[in-house]
Design a protein around this ligand. Sequence first.
Ligand SMILES: Cc1cc2nc3c(=O)[nH]c(=O)nc-3n(C[C@H](O)[C@H](O)[C@H](O)COP(=O)(O)O)c2cc1C
Length: 358
Amino acid sequence: MSLLFQPLQLQSLQTRNRIVVSPMCQYSSEEGFSTDWHLVHLGTRAVGGAGIVFTEATAVSPEGRISYADLGIWKEEHIAGLARITAFIKGQGAIPAIQLAHAGRKASREVPWDGGAQTDVGGKGWETFAPSAIPFAEGERAPKEMSVADIQKVKADFRSATERAIAAGFQILEIHSAHGYLLHSFCSPVSNERTDEYGGSFENRIRLLVEITKETRALWPAELPLFVRISADDWLPNRPSWTIEDSVKLAKILKSIGVDVIDTSSAGIHPAQQIKVGAGYQLPFAARIKKEVDITTGTVGMITTPEQAETILRMDQADLIFLAREFLRNPYFPYQAAKAVHEHGFKWPNQYARAKQK
Ligand SMILES: Cc1cc2nc3c(=O)[nH]c(=O)nc-3n(C[C@H](O)[C@H](O)[C@H](O)COP(=O)(O)O)c2cc1C
């Protein structure tokens, strides 16, 4: 029996399989509003059979966007468009999930297909915020070192965004603390040189993430699961940085404050990172957290075949398989995976039933 198509119980929810559409920025919004693109893009992957469909990193404030074209959830007017998307996803038997994000010092960029460079304040860009006034890359404008008032504002923004995510009908909420964005940049000593209670020791660096997680958990319905995406390792072996050992420690704390799933990514804090990229290259991080913390984990990164996904589950290295680029190539991956792992009972949408291959 295929494990890839075995349901997973997450609080009151049951996924129809272990296949997750990983969060992927679409750079297709104006003023944070979702568009027909989001409905069709996310809707197609729900039709395609994924168990969980994640929105892209959805900004909790305008200054928390990576680019001016990011999706947002910082005002009430954003809710209606998102609600249409969640209703459609649910109607297809998938679980609608939102990733809440603040881009920190990596905010204020051009969209990738126009080069992705930092945009100017007063032009298309804005002042960026970070634990310390250290730019991400050499030659870039430095972010503002956040005051305690700035930190309080980010916490309030996450709280309001959580309430709007509930109103929009999302059933899974993920806090984005990976890829060098704001919360990861507090955790990692590479980008955090603060001397107050939000910097210095491990406990101080993770404080903002822990505070936001606790506040989110208090607002987010108890019967719905809460995920946190982390960068498990900075891939900077020759300098003080965030490591997998830190991630194991962090995951234990997150588990104790009600996090259901650790979505295990890596990297993004510094351009000098040395990533050993290859099929399933981030899997050892998820496997280690699963084993040492005894928490449900998701793995992501160059997982492209049903057999690879099935093997990860058989080896008990992770519980959820996140796919990003493979889902851009092939929104119907789950149907083809069902055939590959001989899961003949997997239901196709009625409208597509005549196309089902035995
Ligand atoms: C177009 C694109 C946009 C992405 N946007 C996000 C994002 O919004 N949030 C996030 O956590 N990761 C984002 N990622 C990273 C993916 O979720 C995933 O972790 C990464 O691509 C590795 O998985 P893959 O090898 O299956 O593509 C993005 C990746 C791509 C290709």
